[in-house]
Design a protein around this ligand. Sequence first.
Ligand code: KMH
Ligand code: ZN
Length: 307
Amino acid sequence: MTDRSVFCSCAITGGMSVPGQSAAIPITPEEIVESAVDANEAGAAIVHIHVRDPETGRPVADLGLFREVLAEIGERCDAIVQPTTGGGQGMTIEERGRVVTECRPEMATFNVGSFNFGIFGAKHRPEMAEWEIDYLEGTRDYVFKNTFADTYRLAELFREAGTKPEYEVYDIGHLHNLHHLAEQGLVDFPIHLQFVLGVLGANAASLDALVHMRRTAAELFGADQFTWSAAGVGYPAQFHMASAALMLGGHIRVGLEDNLRVALTKRASSNAELVEKAMILAPLLDREPADAACAREILGLGGRGDA
Ligand code: KMH
Ligand code: ZN
């Protein structure tokens, strides 16, 4: 590990998109596992995991599916397997947190703020079923709920499980929410922050926004108290934020959960393709791609739990 080491996280399938948006989105447990293993081979040290109903592709919080996917990825590669506790529309915080309690992963996402997660702008495609259109349209009125009641509860669950949170911050206020949790003694430092930028309803995927988020985190927590990564949502945001993070000393997240294009005129055919592009950018900017072992060192992870 050096100061120039950079790890890449790949968000494999997501909980807000619908299958009709791209045939490349993995749906079944087998597809999710295959895609995660391929992304790891392409250079992703972390694979961020949601699960979907294998029949319909609808995002679900099914513990059986999580168990199957987490175990299988764990057997096939050494990636840090990071399940979501963000979930998707209609899931309660108890359902979202169950994967942490039951699977005790070494790391999982932890969302620290509520906002109107708006993806109703996504194009309606002929291959979409009626529920998919409803799911997208439903986000006009969908509040991604992460209240203090929720985050206090999650903080408890993560501690009990010994799972390291990746704090998902989509806007400046979320950093202040996290600071409040820290003041209550609910946060263990150093922390890892994911700046998720470009979601309609929260902050923009601009260089100014990213720099402001990073500076605010440094002011609130201390510059040596956190590692950080940037996830740009959409195209070209995914690679613009990755490039900015590479310049500024952060880590990066790509993947079909956040973006479906690999170039302006080309839709991505796989998660691995998105990771490969990020892996080309890193050394061009003098950053050294970190494997999972190196990422564990950077994040202070002891290794796998029971997952
Ligand atoms: N869907 C992303 C924009 C989570 O899963 O906890 C944010 C995300 C959150 O990945
Ligand atoms: Zn996610």
